[in-house]
Design a protein around this ligand. Structure first.
Ligand code: LMR
Length: 415
């Protein structure tokens, strides 16, 4: 077979729904262009931000002869995994104190979702043998790709109500109650991606009751801890509630891409809560076997940075200020966009959802055609579901973006 014959049947796949937008944005020569596609923090000038806490950690690391480039244990850089689980579950978490929590360093949140899914595929007793994972409708597009690649079958369950632009709480709970006992369910720990709509604390309590009653397995994705509200404990409410009850089987995928601005360093962890130190040892050993076959050991640089910013008091205090800066700027931009639409342009419709949603994204409630016009005519890059990254807005572009939203909304309504 010639090389030509060998690959002639391979056709290009579809572009990535989120990452392709950044490429289009980079090629666009318009001075007005705005990148509201990828969820990556930008400062008030639209530039990437190296967190000062991270910068301080990097400066210390470069001078530290102990910070060598040796292989790490398969489960990851120990100071990182020890600090990461305390950030997530709290210093007093029973599963940590009792030695029944397993933590494995991963290639950011994507790697944690992957490792968790592969582990469940091998070892979880799925009801009726069907390897299903119930995923919020909608969810981060990559969840579906990751779970399918790991051999799981993602199936949607109600989460978001498009008519009211809020949580479809009753339908969500009814769906959970109707799932086979022991089903695996993906939950976003906070700052739901893409909708920005989270359950309230009392709703989380009700959800936890259903999980316990039905022995549902909680597969948490925690990508925005501290980034959403500026307070890591507040953003970990759901994870800590589920863990502290002790009657809900669970794992948590953790990412430091957003809350430490370490997007490209790919630093994260998978946390599996087990019932005993013996189980923890066995689960850890199986996770290590998967990791060894896929990447041997995780990269250490991001892990060293995160371990420092979480454990050294001066750096931790700086990081606390940095997450406040990021979350506050995003909240300010929500208000700025809301004000421009409601007061400046008097855009038809209701826009309260923009200030009620939380975290990196706003789900605008405009349709695919309207999004397409924003991209092709307005040079405003956003996901075709109407999700915008609030971090892409700044005082210099918010009126321009609001103007285009106003235009496509009015033209649709013939106003
Ligand atoms: C996003 O949803 O934009 C981010 O989580 C980046 C990504 O990897 O998709």
């Amino acid at each position: 077979m010639t090389t030509n014959e060998l690959w002639s049947h391979v056709k290009p796949g579809p572009p990535d729904a989120i990452l392709a937008l950044s490429e289009m944005y980079a090629k666009d020569t318009s001075e007005k262009k705005a990148n509201l596609g990828i969820g990556a923090y930008r400062d008030e000038h639209g530039k990437p931000w190296i967190l000062p806490a991270v910068q301080m950690a990097k400066e210390q690391l470069i001078k530290d002869p102990q910070a060598n480039h040796e292989y790490q244990p398969i489960a990851g850089f120990p100071p990182f995994t020890a600090a990461a689980c305390r950030l997530l579950f709290g210093e007093d978490a029973a599963s940590i104190k009792e030695g029944r929590l397993v933590v494995n360093q991963t290639i950011s949140g994507t790697g944690a979702n992957h490792l968790g899914a592969v582990f469940l595929h091998h070892f979880y007793p799925f009801p009726n043998g069907e390897k299903k994972i119930y995923v919020t409708d909608p969810s981060w597009p990559n969840h579906f790709a990751i779970f399918k690649a790991a051999g799981l079958k993602p199936e949607l369950f109600p989460y978001y109500d498009a008519a009211t632009r809020s949580l479809a709480f009753d339908r969500m709970v009814a769906a959970l109650q109707n799932m086979p006992d022991g089903s695996v369910v993906l939950l976003h720990a906070c700052a739901h991606n893409p909708t920005g709509v989270d359950p309230s604390e009392s709703q989380w309590r009700e959800i936890a009751e259903v999980f316990a009653k039905k022995r549902l397995f909680a597969f948490f994705d925690s990508a925005y801890q501290g980034f959403a509200s500026g307070d890591p404990a507040k953003d970990a409410f759901a994870v800590r509630l589920f863990e502290s009850r002790g009657d809900i089987p669970m794992l948590v995928c953790q990412s430091f891409a957003k809350n430490a601005g370490l997007y490209g360093e790919r630093i994260g962890a998978l946390h599996v809560v087990t019932a005993s130190p013996e189980q923890a040892e066995a689960v850890n050993s199986q996770l290590n076997l998967i990791t060894r076959s896929e990447m041997s050991t995780a990269p250490v640089y991001g892990a060293r940075i995160v371990a420092k910013i979480l454990t050294e008091p001066e750096l931790r205090a700086e990081w606390n200020r940095n997450i406040q800066t990021m979350s506050q700027r995003i909240i300010e931009m929500r208000h700025a966009l809301f004000d421009k639409l409601t007061q400046h342009f008097k855009t038809p419709g209701t826009w309260n959802h923009i200030i009620e949603q939380t975290g990196m994204f706003s789900f605008l409630g405009i349709d695919e055609d309207q999004c397409q016009r924003l991209v092709s005519e307005g040079h405003i890059y956003l996901v075709k579901t109407g999700r915008i990254s609030m971090a892409g807005l700044n005082p210099g572009n918010v009126e321009y973006v609001a103007g285009w939203i106003d235009k496509v909304v009015r033209e649709r309504a013939n106003l």
